[in-house]
Design a protein around this ligand. Structure first.
Ligand code: MEV
Length: 437
């Protein structure tokens, strides 16, 4: 176990599994049994999945579920969601139903611009760097024309390029800040290829420029940014207070008041904001994963956006004005509907078809709706019954599995805990009681 394994990536899948069983499981083949049980019988499909990553030994399943009845901009949508947390799809469906009867969700794309930077260091005068940029700019733009061509044909491509002086933040630090429109592509490869070409041309032009008083500027790195405050979708729901009705014994007016306060608390209190936004990401990530998009990129961008004024805050806003309750959010979402896993993973392709093969903008809208719906459902429970009643009811299935109940016992226990919040100890006690009879 303490000996490094050499050439691991070159071993066949079976050889990798055998190595694992020997090195970590003392030769116990229970491990390889688990691993091989998750292999797909369809060889070609398995090869496709193996190819998604390096050193793949098996597949890791996530539940792929549906949340139907979302009324989005007057159209009914069924949202595909890939998520393992038991109450999330149920909560989304509940929120969909609530707003289906109250006008549905409204969405609006605010902007779809992404950015990337070539990060540079230069320790001479700022005026020299500016003179160099003026000298090089036309060639910088010229050098990316062929990379840009097909994206331009689709109505996208590089939108702007500027030299930014960041020396106040870090001694000698400059950047080429480039903005992009990538249409239906998430655009990571296009942006990174463009930036790397800009960096190459930048280096070449620097050797021709005679006006540097110190060493020529150095390219540190070129990479897209997952911070996308200019790629934002707005989503909202709204209804008259008297349309809310009584919720879990709470009047519509009280519900709206407490709900708004709960959002205000998450706006000013980071301890609450993180959990509040985590609930939003339950919905957003589930759609992002189901559609084969990069959820880590979305997570990083969303949380940075939540702290854009220097404090981490709620992403959603709620208000009551003129007897009308409004709940809304702006979400920065850089998503793609062409290229990447989206076009390769059979379940992502299926998710796209369920959504009517949306454009990237339409996918931004659906994803944002799922995020707002999730937050609505969570606050709906939190300010009325509390979260545990519903949560544990969904979780009971996992708990019954863990305490080793058989099918008949599971049915009996579910019945016994219909009106109670289940805990492990209470379930075990009841099961023991049942078995003694
Ligand atoms: C659990 O996954 C998410 C919640 O904690 C979100 C929230 O508290 O708003 C229920």
């Amino acid at each position: 176990m303490n000996v490094p394994v050499i050439g691991f990536s070159k071993l066949s899948k079976t050889e990798k599994v055998n190595w694992l069983v020997t090195a970590y499981f003392n030769g116990d083949t229970t491990a390889s049994d688990i691993i091989t049980r998750y292999w797909n019988d369809d060889k070609k499909l398995q090869e496709l999945h193996d190819g998604f990553s390096e050193n793949t030994i098996t597949n890791y399943y996530f539940p792929f579920g549906l949340a139907p009845n979302f009324l989005i901009d007057d159209k009914l949508v069924t949202i595909p969601m890939a998520i393992e947390e038991s109450s999330v799809v149920a909560a989304a469906s509940k929120a969909a139903k609530f707003w289906l009867e109250r006008g549905g969700f409204k969405t609006q794309i605010k902007s779809t611009i992404k950015s990337g930077q070539v990060h540079l260091m230069y320790h001479g005068l700022n005026s020299e760097m500016e003179a160099f940029y003026a000298f090089a700019k036309a060639d910088l733009l010229q050098s990316i024309q062929s990379i840009n061509a097909s994206m331009k044909k689709r109505g996208g491509g590089l939108q702007s390029l500027e030299l930014v002086n960041k020396t106040e933040n870090l001694d000698g630090y400059y950047q080429l800040h480039a903005t992009f429109e990538t249409k239906d592509a998430m655009g990571a490869n296009f942006i990174n290829t463009t930036l790397e070409q800009l960096a190459t041309t930048f280096r070449e032009k620097a050797t021709e420029f005679k006006g540097f008083s110190s060493d020529a500027p150095e390219v540190i790195m070129s990479i897209l940014s997952n911070y996308v405050p200019q790629c934002v979708v707005n989503v909202s729901v709204s209804c008259k207070i008297d349309e809310i009705g009584t919720i879990n014994g709470v009047s519509g007016a009280d519900f709206a008041r407490k709900f708004t306060r709960a959002v205000d608390i998450a706006t000013v209190e980071p301890y609450r904001a993180v959990t509040h936004n985590k609930g939003i990401m339950n919905g957003i990530d589930a759609v992002v994963i189901a559609t084969g998009n990069d959820f880590r990129a979305v997570e990083a961008g969303v949380h940075a956006y939540a702290s854009r004024d220097g404090q981490y805050r709620s992403l959603t806003r709620a208000r009551v004005e003129n007897d009308t309750f409004t709940f809304e959010a702006d979400f920065p979402l850089a998503l793609g509907t062409v290229g990447g896993l989206t076009s390769l993973h059979p379940l992502s392709k299926l998710a796209m078809r369920i959504l009517g093969n949306p454009s990237a903008e339409d996918l931004m809208k659906v994803t944002a709706v799922c995020g707002l719906a999730q937050n609505f459902a969570a606050l709906h429970s939190l300010v009325t019954t509390g979260i545990q009643a519903g949560h544990m009811k969904m979780h009971i299935v996992n708990m019954l599995e863990q305490i080793g109940a058989n099918d008949a016992e599971k049915a009996q226990l579910k019945q016994a805990f219909q009106d109670k919040t289940p805990s492990f100890s209470a379930l075990r006690e009841t099961l023991d009681g049942m078995r003694k009879k």
